[in-house]
Structure formats: structure tokens, C-alpha cells
Design a protein around this ligand. Structure first.
Ligand code: MD6
Ligand code: FE
Length: 216
């Protein structure tokens, strides 16, 4: 499929191919960024950001919440998706239509048709917070891509190979950038380096990342 690079909401300033099945759509979400941040604030008023514990007993440095039918969680018993917020016992807030539309548009621009996410993990990074190299593999169907939206302060993204020891590429992800990956890249290792202090007009001292997935 030919990527549709200029739909009404999202002119792509540039497309960076990271690997087969993985692209950065620079600034793809810029026109929708203010609305995205407003929705993040609504979600966090219903399901607060919290620093989760890994099965190994570490506290994650990024704070997380979710929206959508399923949410990704971790605690001492493992990583999983579940339909309720373990902190409140309530269902996660609904996924805003804007999130699913943006994810579908970005996936389509990257050549993946008909992506319909059922889970959106929202990460909040403050200075010093990072995400070590990992694979996203708690989803049922690795045939579905992942769409990742960066908002606020920039961060260095590490994009590795299929083995933990493959040396990662480094790419700066800035406000409005969208990464889409799937196909042969779906299980590549990736992470982000520690956030550097700064001020962003829309998000203040932090970076948000939305990771939209088809979990079930
Ligand atoms: C982040 N992102 O950008 C961390 N995972 O804050 C991820 O872990 C990630 O960006 C799967 C797909 C895209 C991602
Ligand atoms: Fe990930």
C-alpha cells in the first residue's frame, strides 16, 4: 500500500524508515496535540498516573495509566492486560475517539490498514525517567502493529533488533512524532533514555507517550 502522507489532519513533515515495518512519522500528531493532552488530563482525573512495580521488584521510573477496554499493568505477579484499574477496581476510562482515529490514520499512513486499538497505555516521564530495552509481547496477535505518539519534551528513543544484544539505533522523538511498527519489526527491542529537564509549552516539565495496541 502507498502511504497516505497528506490526509486532512496530519501532514507528515518527513518519514524516517527505521527498519522493515517500522517508521517515524514526524509531526504526524502535531495538529491534534492540544486535544490529545486535554484527553490525557481527563483520563488521569479518573485513573491517576502511578509508578508500577515490575515482577522483579523494581519501581518503574515512568508513571502510567491506561484508557480503552484493556489496560497494561505490571506488579509482582507479572505483566498483563486487564479490563479494570487495579487501584480502583473500576473499568479503565473509555478510549477517546480521537485516540483511535489518530492510531488508525497513522497505521494507515505506515501501510497497515484497519488498525483498531483496544488498549492505550499512557506513559508520563519526568526528568530522569527512562524505559529500558524491552519487547512488547503481551498482546495476542503480533500481526497487529503498534502506534506510539510522543507529546511534550523530546527524548532519545532506542530502537534495537530482535535480540536483546543487537545494538540499538538512536532517534530523537519530538512533540507530535508518531512511531508505527509491525510486521517483521513487531518484536524488536526498544526503550527510551533518561528524559532531560526542560519546559514544554503544552506539557510543562514532562513527556507523555501514548502507546496504542490491539491487545486482545
Ligand atoms: C516511549 N515506548 O516512547 C516508550 N513500545 O515512551 C514504547 O515502549 C513503545 O514507543 C511499543 C511501541 C512503541 C513504543
Ligand atoms: Fe514498548
Amino acid at each position: 500500500m502507498t502511504p497516505d502522507l497528506f490526509d486532512q489532519n496530519s501532514a507528515v513533515a518527513a518519514v524516517l524508515a527505521l527498519a522493515d515495518g517500522a517508521v517515524v512519522l514526524r509531526r504526524f500528531a502535531l495538529g491534534r496535540a492540544e486535544a490529545l493532552v486535554r484527553h490525557i488530563e481527563t483520563v488521569q482525573s479518573q485513573a491517576a498516573f502511578r509508578q508500577m512495580k515490575t515482577p522483579g521488584g523494581y519501581t518503574m521510573s515512568a508513571a502510567m495509566t491506561n484508557c480503552g477496554r484493556l489496560g497494561w499493568v505490571t506488579d509482582r505477579t507479572g505483566y498483563r492486560y486487564q479490563s479494570t484499574d487495579p487501584q480502583s477496581g473500576e473499568p479503565w476510562p473509555a478510549m477517546p475517539a480521537l485516540f483511535s482515529r489518530l492510531a488508525g490514520d497513522a497505521a494507515c499512513a505506515a501501510g497497515f490498514d484497519e488498525f483498531a486499538p483496544d488498549a492505550c497505555l499512557i506513559n508520563r516521564y519526568r526528568p530522569g525517567a527512562r524505559m529500558s530495552l524491552h519487547q512488547d509481547k503481551n498482546e495476542r496477535d503480533f500481526g497487529q502493529p503498534i502506534v506510539s505518539v510522543s507529546l511534550g519534551l523530546p527524548v532519545v528513543f532506542q530502537f534495537g533488533g530482535l535480540r536483546r544484544n543487537d545494538r540499538p539505533q538512536r532517534v530523537l522523538l519530538e512533540h507530535g512524532d508518531v512511531v508505527v511498527w509491525g510486521g517483521p519489526s513487531r518484536l524488536r527491542y526498544h526503550g527510551v533514555l533518561a528524559l532531560k529537564p526542560g519546559q514544554h509549552p503544552l506539557t510543562g516539565e514532562c513527556r507523555f507517550n501514548l502507546t496504542l495496541r490491539r491487545a486482545d
